[in-house]
Write a protein that binds this ligand. Structure first.
Ligand SMILES: NC(=O)c1ccc[n+]([C@@H]2O[C@H](COP(=O)([O-])OP(=O)(O)OC[C@H]3O[C@@H](n4cnc5c(N)ncnc54)[C@H](O)[C@@H]3O)[C@@H](O)[C@H]2O)c1
Length: 245
């Protein structure tokens, strides 16, 4: 198993890609903390992982709240004794709203969850990881962090920010044994896009289809594993070829 004995927090793992990432991590031997705002669905995911023979626990978190994120890290270390991996996956979408259609509250919430949440999470987890001698972050960005055609104003800005923050984390903390890479998924069929997926054409995707959450979770497993031990600061599109054009 590729993640045996690793302790991993997966944020936003009550649904969609995070759920698949949490399950894939557990199958590879990791002890997984299901960290999400949605307690009911999150507890259910933890139960499903345990029923499948894995190890998981649910911890409620709000990625816009530093106290809640600090408590998540503290409780993880209390429960499992260490923290090896954080998958910064929690995110919300703006349904392509441009600047004129985005009010300040919407901007603050989207940038708050998608970008500030990763800064807060890193601030809480880095001291633990550095003290341990190393750690791994897998940041879920988006093709909207590379091009402008896959989100609205706040989403695009927040995901470009995730890529910038990923690069900063590498330049500043790689020397302390921290590996940080980002995944930039194209359109992946999850509850996040259920209201808009019927309006998104598959045409601009060279493979003429959207992705499945399990196609992303396998990359997250690889980046968290020792097989990727010389990878740091990679921004990896997983988008059926969309960003090539
Ligand atoms: N689905 C796509 O097409 C797509 C494409 C590129 C990137 N992404 C990114 O992938 C990640 C996962 O998206 P998904 O499609 O699986 O979405 P999803 O809506 O299925 O799941 C998101 C999860 O995040 C949780 N969450 C939302 N706000 C939170 C908060 N404040 N604190 C804690 N948890 C919170 C939700 O409860 C939910 O469980 C997001 O960062 C998203 O931006 C998605």
């Amino acid at each position: 198993m590729r993640l045996e004995n690793k302790v991993a927090i997966v944020t936003g793992s009550a649904s969609g890609m995070g759920l698949e990432e949490a399950k894939a991590f557990a199958r590879e031997g990791a002890k997984v903390v299901i960290a999400d705002l949605n307690a009911e669905a999150g507890k259910q995911v933890a139960e499903e992982i345990k029923a499948e023979g894995g190890e998981a626990t649910f911890i409620n978190v709000n990625m816009t709240d530093s106290a809640s994120i600090n408590a998540l890290v503290e409780e993880t270390v209390k429960t499992y004794g260490k923290l090896d991996v954080v998958v910064n996956n929690a995110g919300i979408f703006d349904k392509y709203a441009n600047i004129l259609d985005t009010d300040e509250a919407q901007w603050d919430l989207i940038v708050g969850v998608n970008l500030k949440g990763i800064y807060l999470m890193a601030k809480a987890a880095l001291p633990v990881m550095i003290e341990q001698g190393g750690g791994i972050f897998v940041n879920i960005a988006s093709v909207a962090g590379i091009v402008a055609a896959k989100g609205g104003a706040a989403y695009t800005a927040s995901k470009h920010g995730v890529i910038g923050l990923t690069k900063h984390m590498v330049s500043e903390f790689a020397k302390q044994g921290i590996r940080t890479n980002a995944i930039a998924p194209g359109t992946i069929v999850t509850p996040l896009i259920k209201d808009v997926v019927q309006n998104i054409p598959t045409d601009p995707v060279p493979m003429k289809r959207f992705g499945q959450p399990s196609e992303v979770s396998e990359l997250a497993v690889f980046l968290a594993s020792d097989e990727a031990q010389f990878m740091n600061g990679a921004i990896i599109p997983i988008d059926g070829g969309f960003t090539l054009q």
